[in-house]
Design a protein around this ligand. Sequence first.
Ligand code: TYD
Length: 205
Amino acid sequence: MAGLFISFEGIDGVGKTTQADLLEQWLKASGKSVLRTLEPGGTEVGVEIRKILLHHRGELAPRSEAALFAADRAHHVATKIRPALERGEIVITDRYLDSSVAYQGAGRELSRQEVRDLSLWAVGGLLPELTILLDLPADVARSRRNTTGTEPDRLESEKIEFFERARQAYLELAKAEPERFLVVDASVDVNAMQEAIRARVSELI
Ligand code: TYD
């Protein structure tokens, strides 16, 4: 495909949105066409699915949760990401399939391989050229998150162990696919992180 597909990953509170914003601004300033998007909820259908995933008050079985994230992703890829890549655009998504492997696979203790296969099926095998993993210990990420003052959603309300499992899974994913992943230490300052990200993206454009 003509475009470039970049995903941001990491547990809640590591600062993905800030870094994705800065990367988007930099690419646009140099005249690139950028589609900035997110999961869950990058499409109209996705916004509906997101409401269930983040705000449903009753029980949601782990496999149902995994299937809903995959459904959101399937529609997102089919209607937004793939068309943008075919037009030659740079797609920056705040979360993609590695989130499901980390949160549903490791966090919910489903099979990581099955969760990955489910998502890969949903997206027809589409993987990012670059996945930027922002890494922080779960307790540090949590304390950053708490400063925002908003009510925690269904996933944010999980125990610290859930996020520690997700973090470890992310690091293992990065180790298994070093050519796709850039791991950035999210304890350094915002500008230093962005510099490392831009250096890697420059190599790809
Ligand atoms: P969001 O408010 O977008 O969180 P963030 O700003 O940290 O990305 O909510 C998304 C939540 O959904 C977040 O807690 C991570 C979780 N999630 C999964 O559990 N599995 C997935 O496949 C995705 C995409 C997100």
